[in-house]
Design a protein around this ligand. Structure first.
Ligand SMILES: [Zn+2]
Length: 348
């Protein structure tokens, strides 16, 4: 019944009699009652997630692989100790799917959504992203790059009233620092900032019919004209700061110092010496995810230092960190995370 993925934990087996009509072990509190999930999952037959082929258990919010049908009509449920203890006391288990923690299933055609495509579809955004790309210091391998993207929290949530977001809206909070002796080429960014307009539109139309946070969202198809069929985010090349002076290997070693090797270090032999760029990026890091080591001021100063020391003569900002006068509620704000990351939102 858990929404958690726990590995190697002891489970307690609960036996459910196939001939009884009343639910034992206080399991009745796990019956689906959310009208949205009932309508989208069950009535529309979109998912058989809570149908187990056992008339006593059908309609309970259980994790299917933990339900075992036994010969003779009985069933056995694997329950973790924490959930079991709550059930025994007739208390809703804290991490139960039925405790408003069900988030639906993402259809397989959206599993390859890029982070930029998801950002274009997100109603809320509260992070600015800085990508650092380090070119190989080996002059023979100018097309081999590695780096990371770091998400910096803004203390205000950018909300969209119309979707998709426009490229300029997205570009405001993105910045790329290219560090290397050689020339920067726009192709370096193609994989990292890939966007496909058809994918964006089909994701948005799916969200407005299957995600409770998007039901009344206004979609404007004309905004799609600003996006390519399949290319990088328009305008992102204007956000690139080039640093040809710094020592790539030294900065990379300093910044990735840690108890284990950076994954890029493991690539002793790059897979290709062809003209095609090879970019090895650690997905997306979040600086200080617990928020307990850095003050807000240090956060911002580090984000800015991540840019470059010499800002040149331009008066235009390289990155905009939105700041608001009122704090965003991170607690008791169940909409915040699902809407920032719609692929994980409540959908059925
Ligand atoms: Zn559990």
């Amino acid at each position: 019944m858990c929404s958690r993925q726990i590995h190697e934990t002891d489970v307690i087996s609960l036996i459910v009699d196939g001939n009884t009509s009343s639910l034992p072990h206080h399991l009745d509190m796990l019956i689906i009652t959310d009208p949205f999930i009932i309508q989208k999952c069950i009535v529309q037959c979109n998912s058989a997630e809570f149908v187990f082929g056992h008339k006593t258990l059908d309609g309970l919010m259980l994790y299917k692989p933990a339900v075992h049908l036994l010969p003779g009509g009985n069933a056995c449920l694997d329950v973790c100790a924490q959930c079991h203890s709550s059930l025994n006391r007739n208390v809703m288990p804290k991490f139960a799917l039925a405790n408003d923690l069900y988030r639906g299933q993402l259809p397989s055609q959206f599993t390859d959504l890029t982070w930029v495509e998801e950002m274009v579809c997100a109603r809320f955004r509260y992070t600015a992203h800085i990508t650092r790309l380090f070119q190989s210091s080996d002059p023979a391998l100018p097309n081999v790059l590695h780096g990371n993207t770091c998400a910096h929290e803004m203390n205000v949530v950018s909300t969209a009233s119309v979707l998709p977001r426009t490229p300029s809206d997205i570009n405001e909070t993105l910045s790329v620092v290219f560090v290397g002796p050689g020339k920067f080429r726009r192709e370096f960014l193609k994989d990292v900032y890939r966007i496909r307009k058809r994918k964006v539109w089909s994701f948005l139309t799916w969200l407005t019919s299957h995600n409770v946070h998007y039901l009344d969202m206004h979609l404007d198809k004309t905004i799609l004209d600003q996006y390519p069929e399949d290319d990088m985010l328009p305008g992102i090349t204007d956000n690139v700061i080039e640093d040809h002076a710094s020592d790539v290997s030294q900065i990379f070693l300093e910044e990735t110092a840690g108890p284990s090797e950076h994954p890029a270090e493991l690539l002793k032999v790059p897979p290709s010496e062809a003209d095609e760029p090879f970019v090895f990026l650690e997905k997306v890091g979040v600086s200080d995810p617990e928020g307990d080591r850095l003050s807000g001021r240090t956060f911002v100063s580090r984000a800015l230092r991540n840019l470059v020391s010499d800002m040149g003569n331009s008066t235009l900002p390289d990155l905009i960190l939105h700041r608001g006068s009122t704090a965003i509620k991170e607690y008791k704000n169940p909409e915040l995370m699902p809407v920032c990351s719609p692929r994980y939102g409540l959908s059925a």
